[in-house]
Design a protein around this ligand. Structure first.
Ligand code: TRP
Length: 355
């Protein structure tokens, strides 16, 4: 398909350090698969990281490099996709300011993802002004690219709802789109922004090696992309099922079989394991864990090889980010221009480029 006609996809991550298998199965795997069929933009939300860590700017900068490394390792191809820094794309900030005028403050604060974050991170009522603003910023991240769909986890759906509201409101206020128009008709009817869809992936949630919680680095139950076969075996070994003996009939509706389903590729082998486990046919948890660990390490091996090829070469990573950001600027400047024209804010043409 000609590059021009491919649907535009944008998604992003707040840089928080190294990625793990939960990220791979939750989102990155899909992104890798979309690279040929879609025009892909992957954003590093480094400004969003400042909402709660403004005092840790150096750490955030390092996290950006780590996350790019892991993305490249997992198969994001900089020749086909644009990986870029949020802070290098001026149109995003400019649209954030404009969109902030289209949203009642109370509407932003009603966003359940924000409320959750306030609770989970213990922010109380001491959060910065920029904290709720980031939700408006996220609508600009997406709309600046006129993205058609946004692959995200379930937790991001409220942000997409807000984004869809901004798109509709803008198109109605400044582009003469009727408030009766269907979402899919907005562009056809003269709207600057398509009303984008959240594209929530299927697996979404990988259970951690504690067998209970979602995989998460801070809960210490994550298998990192950089883990050696030995580390993987050790982590898998910790997965607790409560089963006593290889001859106990086991319930396959447990975390161990969640891993079997995700990581063992051969469906016949999965069926066999299920059958023998539930009959207690002399099959220990330990041997299944070893088999899963091997499968995981086989998946990680080419990732680690790619990671090593990029590691220690910050100049190469910077070049990838620069090129990605340049493409992001080209796309978003065109959008900003159209939005400014619609909102009677266009006075002069401009060109932005890096030296
Ligand atoms: N808020 C998202 C997260 O923490 C990251 C993000 C920022 C994002 N901008 C985005 C995701 C735009 C999708 C689209 O995971």
């Amino acid at each position: 398909m000609a590059a021009k006609n491919r649907p535009v996809v944008l998604t992003g991550d707040t840089p928080t350090g190294q990625l793990h298998l939960g990220h791979y199965f939750g989102s990155v795997k899909r992104r890798v698969e979309m690279q040929d069929s879609h025009e892909c933009y992957f954003l590093l939300a480094n400004m969003h990281a400042f909402t709660t860590r403004a005092d840790k700017s150096e750490e955030i900068r390092n996290d950006c490099f780590d996350i790019v490394l892991d993305h490249l390792a997992m198969g994001i191809d900089p020749d086909r996709s644009s990986i870029f820094l949020q802070t290098e794309v001026p149109a995003i900030s400019e649209l954030t300011y404009l969109f902030a005028m289209l949203l009642p403050f109370n509407r932003v604060l009603r966003n359940p993802t924000l409320k959750d974050e306030i609770k989970v991170k213990g922010l109380g009522d001491n959060y910065s002004f920029g904290f709720p603003l980031y939700a408006v910023g996220q609508t600009a991240d997406i709309l600046a690219f006129r993205a058609h769909s946004v692959p995200v986890g379930e937790d991001q759906v409220p942000h997409l709802e807000l984004t869809r509201e901004v798109a509709r409101r803008f198109n109605q206020m400044y582009c003469g789109v009727s408030d009766q128009a269907e979402d899919h008709e907005h562009v056809e009817l003269g709207g600057v922004f398509p009303v984008p869809l959240a594209d929530v992936g299927k697996i979404g949630r990988l259970v951690g090696t504690d067998g209970v919680n979602k995989m998460s680095k801070s809960l210490n139950n994550a298998i990192l992309i950089t883990d050696t076969p030995k580390q993987v075996r050790k982590k898998m070994g910790k997965l607790y099922t409560g089963r006593q003996s290889p001859t106990d009939p086991g319930d396959t509706d447990n975390a161990l079989f969640h891993y079997v389903d995700v990581f063992i590729e051969d469906p016949d082998r999965i069926a066999e394991l299920r059958d023998r486990y539930s009959r207690g046919d002399n099959i220990g948890d330990g041997e299944i864990k070893v088999e899963i660990a091997e499968s995981i390490s086989k998946l990680l091996e080419p990732m680690q090889e790619r990671r090593r090829a990029y590691e220690g070469d910050r100049d190469r990573i910077l070049a990838i980010l620069k090129e990605g950001s340049e493409k992001a600027i080209a796309s978003t400047e065109a959008t900003l221009n159209a939005a400014k024209e619609a909102a009677n804010l266009h006075f002069f043409d401009r060109t932005i480029r890096y030296s």
